[in-house]
Design a binder for this molecule. Structure first.
Ligand code: HEM
Length: 400
């Protein structure tokens, strides 16, 4: 993907996007305060007196009033949750009839694999665009190049944001990083730092030596395994985690025994935690669609993510804390790695641009963004080579 491609700005309502500095408590937000003290009367209630007044009023209600109130609340609930009839202008694409509250979630869980169920629905309904309601979320599926172009190019701004899930919220410490953050102020700020400071062509040249060193390690390792089979997946993953650890922390290891393979036990634990996070990041989770069930953590995803994130923090935090202390005390003034760069960034007033939480979130984000895609690409490339016997033969003839 083109990391320099500008992404259109779209501010999701549910995300705290405002920068810390501009986030003020306005009078409108604290709406119990009058806009002008001289013209509007101000009524102050203390919580205890309100509770007493409320219980006194409730005590006086007759059974008939209770029933009327209950019917009223049920009616309000039904009207509020009833799907609105779509007007001609905002008509939704065709799709299966949803159940109240849960939409098509039961069908989604029952029909595996999901893509085959969706293909079947589109065929059955003879449509190239489908709408599947999953609790409060409309899942739109498109299957024609024309509509795909409309979604990915013409209406890009409306669809470009990333989903906000329980997992992404935990990993990004409340959306403070880049790769897992929905579009908005924070994403733009962090992405600018990524493209201009951390992943720019100049910076990539700066890290060249370290990457080559790591490459030499892996070539030596494969050479030493010459007679035994090599697991491409763990090799590619191990290489990526070692490289990014080196670029961010200027070290391959995390302390402890070295181990006989590419990594020691501590590095293996760190790498496994990163890939556990990947496995759960966008995995289907009922709580992401039905927020009132989120606290139940039915699939155990939140727990898995929290545990893996705690493992990652266990290794990252001590390094980050000591570096911040070194740099802020002035005992270290030169940037040797990407973490140094993040800590040394300054705003217009010469103050640190990133908070400690933002640095921690960004380091984890960078680790996650850089380990999975390249490792999967290598694995897929090898799988293709092995599958395509003919091309393998050709490559060998060409001196493979
Ligand atoms: C074969 C290698 C790679 C592939 C195929 C790849 C693919 C992608 C894709 C598809 C996205 C967009 C995800 C989305 O919009 O939700 C992305 C985002 C990102 N990737 Fe990569 N990536 C690769 C390597 C890397 C490496 C090595 C790094 C870091 C050293 C990296 C850092 C990032 C970052 C920071 C983002 C977020 C950018 C943004 O929000 O605009 N990627 N990558």
């Amino acid at each position: 993907m083109n990391h320099n491609q500008p992404r259109p700005f779209h501010l999701p309502e549910s995300i705290p996007n405002q920068p810390r500095k501009t986030r003020k408590c306005t009078h409108q937000q604290l709406n119990f305060m009058p806009s002008s003290p001289s013209t509007s009367p101000t009524i102050f209630f203390n919580k205890q007196s309100m509770t007493t007044m409320f219980s006194a009023a409730v005590d006086k209600l007759s059974p008939c009033t209770y029933v009327t109130l209950a019917i009223f609340f049920i009616l309000v609930f039904v009207v509020k949750t009833k799907p609105r009839r779509s007007s001609g202008r905002h008509k939704l694409p065709p799709g299966p009839k949803p159940w109240p509250f849960v939409g098509c979630l039961p069908e989604l869980v029952r029909n595996k694999p999901t893509f085959r169920w969706i293909h079947g629905l589109m065929k059955e309904m003879k449509t190239e665009i489908l709408c599947v309601k999953l609790a409060q979320t409309h899942l739109i599926v498109v299957s024609s190049p024309e509509i795909s172009r409309e979604v990915l190019k013409t209406q890009d701004a409306k669809f470009a944001s990333r989903p906000s899930t329980a997992a992404t919220r935990i990993i990004t410490r409340g959306y403070l990083a880049t790769a897992l953050v929905p579009l908005g102020h924070q994403w733009r700020k962090m992405r600018k730092i990524m493209t201009s400071e951390l992943l720019s062509p100049t910076r990539m040249r700066w890290t060249y030596g370290k990457r080559v060193e790591e490459l030499n390690h892996i070539v030596r390792y494969v050479h030493d395994q010459a007679k035994s089979p090599v697991d491409i997946r763990s090799l590619a993953r191990g290489y990526m985690v070692n490289v990014i650890r080196r670029l961010v922390f200027r070290r391959r290891g995390l302390g402890g025994p070295k181990g006989s393979g590419l990594m020691g036990p501590q590095e293996v634990e760190h790498a496994e935690a990163l890939f556990t996070i990947h496995a759960h990041l966008f995995a289907f989770c009922v709580g992401d669609y039905t927020h009132f069930l989120s606290f139940l953590d039915l699939e155990g995803h939140k727990k898995a993510i929290r545990d893996a994130n705690a493992t990652v923090d266990k290794y990252h935090d001590p390094i980050i804390h000591s570096r911040v202390a070194q740099i802020r005390s002035g005992s270290h003034t030169e940037a040797d790695d990407l973490l140094h760069l993040l800590i040394m960034l300054k705003d217009a007033e010469g103050m640190p641009l990133l908070s400690l939480e933002e640095i921690k979130a960004q380091v984890t984000d960078l680790m996650l963004a850089s380990v999975d895609n390249p490792a999967s690409s290598v694995e897929w490339a090898f799988a293709e080579l092995i599958d395509t016997q003919k091309s393998c033969g050709r490559n060998r003839q060409g001196g493979w």
